[in-house]
Design a protein. Structure first.
Length: 153
């Protein structure tokens, strides 16, 4: 019985090696087909034949998707209560909108996350990111808070 088990174990070992050999195009070969292929979590890059510059094709938020607040149709309904982001940080939400005679957003009141401060800012400094349903601004939150009590007409 001992030689039968030895033979079965040897056959299983050879089957395993043959399977590994077939799956890897050889036991110790380099997988040249996947050299340079991105691994999970890596960005895909391509090199242009003309300039040999790597180009990153990782999806990015396009600013072209941002609509200036004055161009938003029905701004009171669309913009009110949206979260406002500055430099990628949630700084507060749009509390109210003041419209010009044409019905466009003229000024926006931002309520800051501290629960106490609000500031009126020019609507041109706010953009609507419809893809993420949020408002974005390039203004510095500290500068906006400095305008807390200012109300321009």
């Amino acid at each position: 019985m001992g030689s039968y088990l030895t033979g079965a174990a040897t056959a299983a070992l050879f089957a395993f090696i043959a399977g590994a050999w077939a799956a890897n195009d050889g036991l110790f070969s380099d997988d040249t087909a996947s050299v340079g292929a991105p691994h999970q979590g890596q960005a895909v890059e391509a090199i242009s034949v003309d300039d040999q510059t790597p180009h990153d094709f990782t999806p990015r938020e396009a600013e072209t998707d941002h609509v200036p607040a004055p161009a938003v149709h029905d701004p009171e309904r669309i913009l009110t209560n949206l979260t406002v982001y500055a430099d990628g940080r949630d700084i507060g939400h749009i509390r109210s909108i003041e419209l010009n005679p044409q019905g466009e957003a003229a000024r926006v009141e931002i309520a800051f996350n501290d629960g106490q401060s609000t500031a009126w800012v020019d609507a041109k400094s706010i953009a609507y990111d419809a893809a993420h349903r949020r408002a974005v601004t390039a203004l510095d939150p500290g500068e906006m808070k400095a305008l807390e009590h200012a109300r321009f007409h």
